[in-house]
Write a protein that binds this ligand. Structure first.
Ligand SMILES: [Zn+2]
Length: 556
């Protein structure tokens, strides 16, 4: 969809800039004919407060008493709260989050002003655009027909199913749910007058069996005896369907089937419900991300309207790019099962890379958002949303759960669990903060370990070096012997020092070799060790600490 949007925008630039309709002319025509009050009323409620003045609640900032005003004569708007102002195009551009040419097009459409035919750069491009336009028409017709079937006598079982999921007739209408009857050719017969066979095949609404000679046989309805949920693009046009079986068992097939990839629809670049959620996302300044379409619908219909769904898969890069145009804050509420956690982690990883600020909701008793909000009500759900944990806290908890215990080995594992996540953060400051948080919450009291975590975070490493942290028995004995200060036990220290000095090869592989050597030099201060001490002192402690991907003997 992202590419298609970009294409559309480019196409519109083409239309406006490359043809004989310069931007100012066409935009000017639209502006003269458009009524700003009518256009804005399509988005927010306005009240007439004078001859030519209208006021309402500002859609660009949160407020309780209206400070947003529209001047019908001068055709502009102004908010006394957040000081935004502009003309009809700037309003549409802002609220729809689209470019200027796109805003011109939207206003033209709203006011019924015909958009001049665009010129295509190639016959293929023209054919592609025509195909997409026909596919949109087919999807619109199919949606209306499915809706009709749901209301009809055949739709009784489907209506019962939807009522059982807590859906009211208004909710069903809002999301344009429908019913695909138990027939192989009902939809085909309905749509075949609208398009040729090639277009019908490309729509994804039909299937065909492969014949003996490799060609495809006649088409038949893909969705049968199923409840249909339309999937819309950002402008609210239906581009695909998800269909849920009403029966279970082998004969009924998969519980959910989706439209295949088509010239209109690419699963990885659609965010379910973004068309309805985007105004609320802008107002609340965050998006609530859930996994399933039913979760999304259920939450939306109970008044939490900034909700979107990934349709049961982890977030894709295209979806993140689309969302980024609307907000940089996300509250993630995925299913608490293992698949949910994995999907959540993958999604969080991608969102982190793009610099989103993320919070995570985990609902009590393993409920998904749909069941939670139906069983416990919207207030309880809102409360759960307010209690969403910061990403850092969530991940630290997961690290502790994955590697329980307080030994230094476990702490290193916990740190290594976190570092790949920290590493993804583009902001250095955020990485530093996360590392400090983690050190505190994981009770890492060793200054060395804290510093190691901090450095790994700042330098975007994905693990900390563990050799120096987990001491071998040999190292313990050696360090203890070298540290002796009691004159009575001086003999033990001398033996240890001698062994180290005479047979460095025995010890060189140890993570603490540099530390031992340093102590040895410090205590003996013999000419033999003095130069070594000088070499290591000026770069102790950080530089001498064994670094990952480098053998511990590397000179610094
Ligand atoms: Zn405002």
């Amino acid at each position: 969809m992202w590419e298609r949007d970009a294409l559309r925008t480019r196409a519109l630039y083409g239309l406006i800039l490359d043809t004989d309709h310069p931007v100012s002319d066409f935009a000017q025509t639209v502006k003269q004919q458009a009524d700003i009050v009518k256009v804005i009323e399509g988005y927010i409620r306005l009240r007439k407060t004078g001859g030519v003045n209208y006021t309402g609640l500002c859609p660009f900032h949160k407020e309780k008493s209206p400070s947003f005003s529209v001047h019908a004569l001068r055709q502009f708007y102004h908010c006394f709260g957040c000081q935004v102002s502009g003309d009809v195009f700037s309003f549409v551009g802002k609220i729809e989050n689209v470019t200027f040419p796109e805003a011109v097009r939207i206003v033209a459409q709203k006011c019924g002003i015909p958009i001049p035919k665009r010129e295509f750069s190639s016959p293929e491009e023209a054919a592609g655009a025509r195909m997409r336009a026909r596919l949109l028409d087919l999807h619109e017709a199919a949606t209306a027909w499915f809706e009709e079937q749901l209301r009809g006598p055949e739709g009784a079982v489907a209506r019962e199913y939807l009522a059982g999921r807590g859906l009211t007739p208004e909710g069903i209408k809002t999301f344009r749910m429908g019913y695909a009857p138990d027939s192989f050719n009902a939809l085909r017969d309905r749509l075949k007058g609208m398009a040729d066979d090639e277009t019908l095949r490309a729509s994804g609404l039909f299937s065909a069996k492969e014949q003996g000679d490799g060609s495809l046989g006649p088409i038949y309805d893909r969705f049968r005896k199923r409840v249909t949920f339309p999937i819309a693009n950002e402008s609210g046009r239906v581009i695909a369907f998800t269909a849920r079986a009403l029966e279970s068992g082998e004969k009924a097939g998969a519980k959910y089937i989706n439209s295949p990839e088509t010239p209109l629809y690419s699963k990885s670049s659609v965010l379910f419900n973004l068309d309805k959620a985007r105004t609320a996302i802008r107002q609340t300044e965050f998006a609530l991300l859930v996994e399933g379409q039913m979760d999304c619908i259920s939450v939306f219909l109970r008044g939490i309207q900034n909700v979107i769904a990934t349709s049961g898969t982890a977030f894709t890069e295209q979806q993140v790019a689309i969302l980024k145009r609307h907000t940089s804050q996300v509250v993630v509420n995925f299913d608490p099962d293992a698949a949910g956690s994995n999907a959540a982690e993958k999604s969080i990883a991608l969102l982190t890379e793009e610099g989103f600020s993320i919070k995570i909701v985990t609902l009590e008793d393993g409920l998904d958002p749909d069941r939670y909000i139906r069983e416990r009500g919207v207030e309880a759900y809102t409360k759960a949303l307010r209690g969403a944990r910061r990403q850092a806290d969530y991940l630290i908890d997961r690290a502790r759960a994955a590697f329980p215990g307080t030994s230094s080995e476990q702490k290193v594992k916990q740190m290594n669990f976190l570092l790949p996540h920290i590493r993804r953060m583009p902001e250095k400051l955020a990485r530093d903060q996360f590392a400090a948080d983690a050190a505190q919450k994981l009770n890492i009291d060793s200054a060395v370990l804290r510093e190691e975590l901090r450095q790994a975070a700042l330098r975007r490493r994905d693990h900390v070096e563990t050799r120096a942290v987990v001491l071998t028995e040999v190292e313990r004995v050696l360090l203890r012997a070298l540290a002796i200060t009691d004159p009575d036990d001086e003999q033990a220290r001398r033996l240890a020092a001698q062994a180290l000095a005479q047979n460095p090869a025995w010890f060189e592989h140890l993570g603490t070799f540099r530390l031992c050597r340093h102590w040895l030099a410090a205590r003996q201060r013999t000419p033999w060790t003095w130069w070594r001490m000088k070499r290591s002192v000026h770069c102790w402690p950080r530089h001498c600490w064994p670094r990952p991907n480098r053998p511990s003997r590397t000179r610094c």
